[in-house]
Each structure stands twice: as C-alpha cells, then as structure tokens.
Write a protein that binds this ligand. Structure first.
Ligand SMILES: *Cc1c(COP(=O)(O)O)cnc(C)c1O
Length: 456
C-alpha cells in the first residue's frame, strides 16, 4: 500500500477490464495478435500526484514547470494528454521537439537537453524561445555566438554532473565520474570554470542536473540535487545577485516493477528534497522537473496472443507475439529489467489454475527472445494472452525493428459504466507497406546501378 492508501487495485481492475474489452471489441485477436494499452485514468492520476507533490513543498507563487521526458513515451497523444494535465516536455532531439510541437506544446513549456545538439538545432531552439541547457563548454561557445547575433527569449543554463555516483543499472546512471553528460563538476578546475561561465554571461539564468534514472536510490538523487543547489548558491553569491533564478532537477524517480503499487511516490521524493535542501523551496528559485518513466510506466500494458504452446526439454514454452521488438531492454538485459507477466484466457479473462514454471517467448528469430524465463504462471495455452505489465515507458513506444516485426497499434482506454472499456487509437499498427517503405522500398534497384570502375 502506498501513503494514499492505494493498493494498486483500481489499476489492476481497469487493466483486466481493458484486456477483456480489447478482445471483445476485436482490437486483439488472431489477426491483431499484439497491442499496447494505455490507462488514461492512471496517467491523469500520476500527473496530478506530481503537481500536488511539488505544490505541497514549494513556497506559494513559485514557478514550477514539470517537463515530461519525451523519450520515455514519444507519442503525440500522450504529450497532448499530459499538456492538458499541466505537464510540459523535455526534448532531446529534433524528432522529440517535433512531437512536442505537434502535441501543441508551447516553447515556454519545453526544455531542450540533448548531449549532441547541432548548430542548427540550437539556432532553432533559441529562435523559438525554448529553454536550453548547454551540455559542455563547446556547446556554450556555440550558444555564445547565437546570443551575440540575435535576441532570444530562451532561458539558458548549463548541465552539470555532480558525480555523486551510480545506481544498480549502469546504463541509466548519469552521475558517475565518467558519465558522458554535462560538465563533470568534481574534475579539476571544472567548478571554477562553471562559476566563471556564469560570471561572464549575465544571461545564463538556469542550472541543470539529472542524476540518473531507474536504479538510482532516492538518497543519491537527493544528493545530486543538493549539490546542484549548493553550486547555484555559490554562483549567485560570487556574482552578488540572484542570476540563477531556476534550478532544473531532472527526472529519474525509480519505478516499482514488482507490484501495482506506486513506490516511491512523488510526494515522498518532494518531501525528501525539502528535508535535504530546504533553500530550494523557499521561493528564491523557480523549478523545472523532467520525470519520464515514473509518469507513464505503470500505465502501459503489452498484450500478446499465444500463437503456440509447446514443450521443450521438459519446459513449457508459450510462443507469443511480444518479444524483443517491444521489450528490447528486458530481452537483452533481463536481470536489470524484469517485467511482471499476467495470463489471460482466449476471451481476455484473468486465467487461474495451478502455476506452472514456463517461458514466455517472443516472435523473433533468436533463442534469447524471451519476455520471461522460468516464470511461474497459470499454464498459457494456444489462443490465450500474455500481458507484460508496467510497459508504458521505454517499451512498446520504443519499437525495435528486428525481423521487420510491425509496430503494434497502441490504444488508450478508460472504463465504461458496464465493466468494460472505451478505447481511442494512439498509434495505428504499422502496415506492411510502411515496413517496405522504411526499408528502402523506393530505392529497390539502387545498389544494382552502382559499379566499381572496371568491374563491368
Ligand atoms: C532520460 C532523462 C530524463 C527522464 O528520466 P526518467 O528516469 O525517465 O525520469 C530526464 N532528464 C534527462 C536529461 C534525461 O536524459
């Protein structure tokens, strides 16, 4: 149970009803054997919890922008829904910026943070007035040139890496000593360089850090924010005025993949921050947050039909349509990214019966394409459905085109009044024509027209 007395039961009930309704309404079936489902009610709840958590700890009137890390769920309707819930966008590529703009997000609701921004991207961001955090001294040089040549309303800052250390997953630990992100603050001379950068540039008004994602303990995230705050205080003291007026604390709240309960909560994190860094919330600084996974993960479900149920070497194996193409991290690094799997029968009803240790396999042509290995579940039969839970962030929205497997359709749902669900299309299933087009179909003869000199 979380601190709101929430056991996640509502979430599980909505999910079960949506799976059954998806089968009844034909979104799922023999000819559409995999879908991604998004729980609109749950997304709205998480957005509201985020806003309330920071409203509780900030001084009245403090400007706070919650910018959803678009990479977590790069889907235009999701960005639009979040915008309606008062959430902006953190973008890290021209594609993500285009998605945010397509969703109707304004420059004032958008923050650009990528580690490899080209001059053209920087110019566009400054022309639009989008907030930019410079990753490194070379990028700051480029921004200098743009600021000299044109007036921009963009709030500008520098991203620092407080180098407080990593968490349990190396790939998502951004504050290690050698992380590729930001200015490594504890390196020799780096802190002084950052202070000078602000002293020399009265227009630098923000400071940014993102200490890591899944696997980082709250204490380490809090420490990263505390060090960033201490640096902002030092810079403002040295300059003699509050030049830094906004601190961007990044995202990274970990997600509980072990049950339907939200843990930790935004409220717990916000209170831990207030405890550790009270000055951050006394009204002298505006705040930007950049949560991704924690806003969406628990609201997504992949549901896949069991095409065949077989047995090999005494192990039951359900061959489903969900594997590496929709759960790439889980399949390649199962130890770090285990997913809960639930079993539904052919009508989409939760399956009961004795648990059997089995493999839940995907459709891709390599042996390791397993959603779950040796998992105890009611035995999956041909025509049943397996659901991979908590996949609303960094899963089905991040298609991996192995075996030219089609991107599944994604549907948002809300409960109806009759124990079922109503759906809206978020993303159409990919067509075969689109797979061919994306695979060079328009250039079919291209390579046969090239001949090395003298070869013919
Ligand atoms: C990935 C990322 C985020 C979001 O991280 P989550 O763990 O999904 O909350 C926020 N800010 C930056 C700069 C990122 O790279």
């Amino acid at each position: 149970m979380d601190e709101y007395g929430n056991t996640g039961e509502g979430r599980a009930t909505r999910r079960d009803e949506a799976v059954r309704a998806a089968v009844e309404q034909g979104l799922l079936g023999p000819d559409s054997p995999i879908v991604g489902l998004l729980d609109v009610t749950g997304i709205r709840e998480s957005a509201a919890e985020l806003r309330a958590a920071f409203a509780e700890v900030t001084a009245p009137g403090t400007p706070v922008l919650h910018a959803f890390a678009v990479k977590a769920t790069p889907l235009v309707p999701v960005l639009r829904l979040l915008r309606e819930e008062g959430i902006g966008a953190e973008v890290a590529s021209p594609g993500e910026l285009a998605l945010a703009r397509a969703a109707g997000l304004s420059p004032a609701e958008t923050v650009l943070d990528s580690p490899a921004k080209t001059p053209a991207e920087l110019r566009e961001a400054l022309a639009l007035g989008i907030a930019v955090n410079a990753d490194n001294p070379q990028e700051l040089d480029r921004i200098d040139g743009l600021v000299r040549s044109a007036v921009s309303r963009s709030p500008l800052g520098i991203r620092v890496n407080p180098q407080v250390g990593g968490g349990s997953i190396g790939a998502t630990s951004t504050a290690t000593a050698t992380s590729k992100f930001g200015v490594a603050l504890r390196d020799e001379g780096a802190r002084e360089w950052v202070v000078r950068a602000y002293l020399d540039r009265p227009w630098l008004s923000r400071l940014h850090a993102h200490t890591g994602s899944q696997g980082i303990p709250l204490s380490l995230m809090t420490q990263g924010v505390a060090e960033t705050y201490a640096l902002a205080e030092e810079i403002n003291r040295r300059i003699g005025r509050p030049q830094i007026d906004t601190i961007d604390i990044g995202g990274g709240l970990p997600v509980n993949f072990a049950s339907d309960v939200t843990a930790p909560t935004y409220a717990e994190y916000a209170r831990a921050l207030r405890e550790a860094v009270p000055g951050l919330f006394d009204g002298r600084y505006g705040l930007v947050t950049e949560f991704g996974r924690s806003l969406l993960a628990k609201h997504g479900t992949i549901v896949a039909r069991v095409e065949y149920a077989k047995s090999a070497g005494g192990r039951a194996v359900a061959v489903t349509h969900a594997g590496v193409q929709v759960a790439t991290r889980t399949v390649y690094v199962p130890g770090s990214w285990p997913l809960r799997i639930t079993a539904y029968d052919g009508k989409g009803r939760p399956k009961s019966g004795p648990e059997v240790v089995q493999d839940v396999a995907g459709p891709a042509c390599f042996a390791g394409d397993l959603l779950a290995e040796g998992r105890a579940l009611p035995l999956l039969d041909q025509g049943d459905y397996a659901a991979a839970l908590d996949t609303g962030a960094y899963y089905f929205a991040h298609h991996y085109a192995y075996n030219s497997l089609a991107r599944p359709g994604i549907y948002g749902f809300v409960p109806d009044r009759a124990g079922g669900a109503r759906f809206a299309t978020v993303r159409d299933p990919q067509t075969l024509a689109s797979i061919v087009a994306e695979s060079g179909g328009a250039h079919a003869g291209a390579l046969t027209t090239l001949h090395a000199p003298g070869s013919r």
